[in-house]
Design a protein. Structure first.
Lengths: 358, 396, 287
């Protein structure tokens, strides 16, 4: 099909295309090959970090859809992760269910909780919605803490669960986990990309931009808002469940409000409405503490042992958030778009007239 | 303009990151061990002194010439009180830094995952400060502890509390955490076994005002109140208790509570009377020569935190580590170190009431606990009574 | 007697925190998620300033005031002013970023040491039943009342106070009438940071300052939300409701529930009247 220049779309099919330019197809192929071959030359530690990024990315995708596409600010992310982890615990410890059953059930429990947490969104917007999700967070974490206090074998240490077993295979070791998580994340990403470029995505974006107008256009707010909450909670729950299997131990202490707030900040910094942004930012936030640790290794020994330098890691996240919000409120994805557009339009500087450029 | 600035900034950052080279190679032969703890998180104030005590011991050891001429190199990492960072740090230390053992650790909830991962990798891990059930008999492989296990602490405090008031009513206070509840459960058992009565007050971890809880506790008209939590809570609870009119005995369970905290709390309460302290390792005010060694090292090398029983705890771990590495010999491998630790019986001098003993099935050993009373006039800790011994059986 | 005293003190603590949040919301429609951190860092600054000149109270107060002015003005000028046109969540997230940075400042600058402010901790008043109130407790009550009184006088009678109310209602109209909106807003931030610092100092005197203490911000936020984010009167009422409910829960029901309780109250209030008890009924869209 002849294309009328890179900025003009002449059909709906073209408008919905995910890979528009030839270089993108090449890039995807290259990334796939690289991802498949990566574990060959990597240490266990490196793969462990990558796996953590994958897990974070899955959760971030869900939250990106809820907050970045649908515009609902939700502080319930940590609670959803906890639901996934604790559902896993209850099913494996008390009911001895296998991995194949546990993860889908965790997804379902996530959906149910997402539905409940999403109900206030039908009434509130903005900060008030965030506050009601905050209240839900505390309620859920309270339940999880009570469970852990009551049922954990060695109370103080959290609950241990065994490695997942799929058929004759025992899923153990970063290498195996890498491929499992890579597959799952790819499936989820492709699914989200598709969701976002078709009707649900457009409905969500309409709700985000002006929900009264969206309603006037015939978009069922209830259905789409709740769907967004349920999707976000499901993905987070699955991520939490997989994380529980991956680390073999579950404790409620890790699911703090700070975590939920950081995730929301991640989404905004990543760029509202960008799948790529979600993945980038999940990676960034996961790796930042280790990156700073790594740069510290080049400092003289004496400095490293001062405990004060570790506090800098904590602050670095805050500084990044502030800098991004001040300099580029549309996030990382916008920076990427600008780079892309620069090369795309070169040698022209400005947009030609009459485009439907996103 | 903004766009340009930002783009330049990104380029600069990328260049700096790219310029980073490779870490300097360690040419000499040294024993490499790892230490992971919370140095920047919410409880850094409790874990940092323990690390400093350990560091003091290693510095003194290296100055003496090390172990048979070989120095000990400690790789320090921060886990920010997060389990996944602790695990990542452990993996890094075992893979890139090639440590033979990992020491320290922080909050009990971070220990489980680290133990689990290092078990897979076959690296011995010795936690100090606190310990979890993995080290109690029948112990999990590669998992050791020289710290305080909540359940045993609760039991020991219950017994020592009897020295203050036999058979009286004891009210236990703790934060709503899994460890706190576990400690209270065992404290209750010990008290009731000795013929006393028990009641408890549990408050949320993020409490901002302790007055209502202190009043609730005082209202129960106890003979003794025991507090199972850290420094911050004690700082709030002790004055609140006194303000509520309770002036009876209060026992501080030493989960990272330093003597300096008690001094501050006593000051704010107006009176330092009737404040007791139960600890596994000697208080920094103890007059015995082993503690004097620690004090001397602290004066010589300096620490950022005021000298406390936490430093003594870290120092004790240092002593234990030296014995382990020495027994391991050279070259020391992880399996050898693991085997060696299981045979250790290290004399602690006056650092605690008896030696730290490990065995193949018991990676914790018997522990010794002592009751101290705070002397508000001289601002020192005075021991009250002798050490009691607690076995490690029956707590799992 | 003891019961009344404790509830009054708790109310004052929460009310002061809520006041800081309400002022910022009224002025710039910003919900400040960094309030707790600002309060604690303010407390630390007070503590360190006092120490620098050998335990001097005046120097501590000076340091705290200087901190309030500098920090308030800086936050506004460097950050808040630049994100005026952006969606609401940008400003809120900047406060989240500020909160994280301040928390790390506690670790880096003060080494996360838990400190207490030991001014006036001696028992001052004896109550029936053996309980005592310290000078710090009395100061909490007195200073909170004084602060609210000062705010009331400021907003009602002074020129800048009236300008503030005008800007809060309609910034565009106010600026067209010659009000320097930038000055008004930066003053609002300075007042809010001062309220926070005062809260921090009082809290440090009654409990302790540490990285864990920053949760008081959340308590203040809850009280403000219950009372209405843009009503100072509501801040006091909201604080009272939360304080009373918490105290009764601890004493009569179950102490552990008291953590979740403010949020339960919040959920209840928000289901009935989302703008809080005294908040102006507004289109939730603007938030």
């Amino acid at each position: 099909m002849a294309r009328a220049g890179t900025n003009l779309r002449t059909s709906y099919i073209e408008a919905n295309e995910v890979l528009r330019r030839p270089y993108q197809k090449l890039l995807i192929a290259f990334i796939v090959a690289f991802a498949l071959l990566l574990p060959a030359g990597s240490s266990d530690y490196f793969l462990h970090l990558i796996n953590s990024c994958f897990l974070a990315g899955m959760g971030a995708l869900g939250l990106m859809i809820l907050t970045g596409f649908c515009g609902q600010i939700s502080l319930g992310h940590a609670a959803f992760l906890a639901i996934g982890a604790f559902t896993t615990v209850i099913l494996t410890v008390h009911l001895k269910m296998p991995f194949i059953i546990v993860v889908p059930v965790a997804a379902v429990s996530g959906a149910v909780i997402g539905f409940i947490v999403g109900l206030p969104s039908l009434r509130f917007r903005g900060v008030y919605l965030a506050i009601s999700t905050l209240a839900m967070h505390y309620a859920i974490i309270f339940l999880c803490t009570t469970y852990q206090a009551r049922f954990a074998a060695s109370a103080s240490a959290g609950i241990t669960i065994a490695d997942p077993v799929i058929g004759p295979f025992r899923l153990r070791g970063e290498f195996a986990w890498y491929y499992v998580l890579l597959t799952l994340l790819t499936v989820v990403t492709v699914g989200c990309v598709n969701l976002v470029r078709t009707r649900p995505g457009r409905a969500w974006m309409a709700i985000r931009d002006r929900d009264i107008a969206a309603e006037a256009l015939g978009i069922n707010l209830t259905r789409y808002k709740l769907a967004a909450f349920m999707l976000s909670a499901t993905l987070a729950s699955v991520s939490g469940s997989l994380a529980a299997y991956h680390s073999n131990v579950v404790t409620v202490e890790g699911y703090t409000l700070d975590l939920a707030v950081i995730y929301v900040a991640m989404i905004i910094v990543g760029g509202m409405g960008s799948i790529l942004g979600a993945l980038l930012v999940a990676t960034f936030i996961t790796l930042l503490p280790y990156g700073i640790d790594w740069t510290f290794e080049f400092l003289p020994r004496v400095w490293r042992f001062g405990s004060t330098v570790f506090g800098v890691q904590v602050g670095a996240v805050g500084v990044c958030i502030i800098l991004f919000l001040l300099l580029e409120p549309k996030g990382l994805a916008e920076i990427w778009r600008r780079i892309e557009t620069y090369f795309d339009r070169w040698p022209f500087r400005y947009r030609p007239l009459d485009t439907s450029r996103r | 303009m903004r766009k340009q600035l930002f783009r330049r900034g990104i380029t600069a950052a990328a260049i700096i990151a790219g310029l980073a080279g490779f870490s300097a190679a360690q040419a000499q032969e040294t024993y490499k061990i790892g230490y992971i703890t919370d140095l920047s998180g919410p409880l850094a104030g409790s874990y940092t002194p323990t690390w400093e005590g350990f560091e003091l011991y290693i510095k003194a050891l290296n100055d003496r010439g090390g172990i048979n001429g070989k120095k000990v190199d400690v790789i320090l990492d921060d886990d920010g009180l997060k389990a996944d960072r602790a695990v990542a740090a452990a993996k890094k230390q075992t893979e890139r830094d090639q440590v033979v053992g990992i020491f320290g650790l922080s909050l009990s909830s971070t220990q489980g995952p680290v133990y689990a991962e290092m078990r897979k990798a076959g690296v011995p891990v010795v936690s100090t400060f606190s310990g979890i059930g993995d080290a109690l008999p029948p112990a999990q492989p590669f998992s050791y502890s020289t710290g305080i296990v909540f359940e045993i602490a609760g039991d020991a405090i219950g017994e020592l509390g009897q020295a203050i008031k036999k058979g009286g009513k004891v009210v236990g206070m703790t934060i709503d955490s899994v460890g706190g509840r576990a400690a209270l459960a065992h404290n209750k058992k010990a008290v009731e076994a000795a013929g006393g009565t028990w009641d408890e007050v549990i408050f949320p971890v993020a409490t901002t005002d302790f007055t209502p809880f202190a009043q609730a506790a005082a209202e129960k008209k106890p003979d003794v109140i025991v507090g199972h939590y850290g420094s911050g809570q004690n700082l709030g609870v002790i004055p609140a208790l006194r303000r509520s009119g309770y002036n009876g005995p209060y026992v501080v369970a030493s989960y990272g509570v330093t003597e300096d905290t008690i001094r501050q709390a006593a000051q704010r309460a107006g009176s330092g009377e009737n404040i007791y302290y139960v600890t596994r390792y000697s208080s920094s005010f103890d007059k015995n020569p082993s503690v004097g060694e620690v004090a001397a090292a602290q004066k010589k090398y300096g620490t950022s935190k005021p000298f406390s029983s936490m430093h003594v705890t870290g120092w004790a771990l240092g002593k234990f580590t030296e014995a382990a590495l020495k027994g391991c010999g050279w070259p020391c491998t992880r399996e050898k170190l693991d085997q060696t630790i299981q045979t250790l019986k290290v004399d602690m001098g006056g650092l605690t009431g008896g030696p730290i003993e490990m065995s193949a099935t018991d990676h914790y050993g018997p522990t010794y606990w002592r009751l101290y009373i705070w002397d508000a006039k001289d601002n020192v800790m005075e021991p009250k009574g002798n050490w009691i011994k607690k076995g490690s059986q029956g707590f799992k | 007697m003891e019961f009344i005293a404790t509830v009054v003190i708790l109310t004052c603590t929460y009310a002061l925190l809520a006041a800081g949040i309400v002022i910022l919301y009224k002025a710039g429609r910003v919900v400040n998620f960094a309030h707790g951190e600002i309060a604690i860092v303010g407390g630390y600054v007070f503590y360190s300033s006092g120490l620098m000149v050998g335990d001097s109270l005046w120097f501590a107060i000076l340091g705290a005031v200087a901190f309030s002015v500098v920090m308030g003005a800086f936050i506004y000028a460097a950050m808040m002013r630049r994100v005026v046109g952006e969606p609401f969540y940008v400003a809120i997230l900047i406060t989240v970023g500020i909160a994280i940075v301040l928390k790390s400042a506690i670790i880096v600058v003060w080494r996360a040491e838990q400190v207490t402010i030991d001014v006036g901790v001696a028992p001052a008043v004896r109550l029936a039943g053996g309980a005592t109130l310290s000078y710090m407790d009395l100061a909490s009550i007195v200073l909170t009342v004084v602060f609210f009184l000062a705010l009331y006088l400021f907003f009602t009678f002074t020129r800048s106070g009236v300008q503030f109310r005008g800007t809060a209602e309609n910034p565009l109209l106010a600026s067209q009438r010659g009000v320097n909106v930038n000055f008004v807003l930066s003053r609002a931030w300075i007042i809010a940071v001062s309220a926070a610092t005062l809260s921090g100092v009082l809290y440090g005197g009654r409990a302790f300052l540490g990285t864990a203490s920053v949760t008081i911000g959340l308590a203040g936020l809850t009280a403000a939300l219950v009372g209405g984010l843009d009503s100072l009167r509501g801040a006091v009422v909201g604080a009272f409701i939360v304080a009373l409910a918490q105290y009764l829960t601890v004493r009569l029901i179950d102490s552990v529930l008291s953590e979740a309780l403010p949020f339960l109250i919040l959920l209840v209030v928000m289901s009935i009247r989302p703008w809080g008890l005294f908040g102006t009924v507004e289109e939730l869209d603007r938030v």
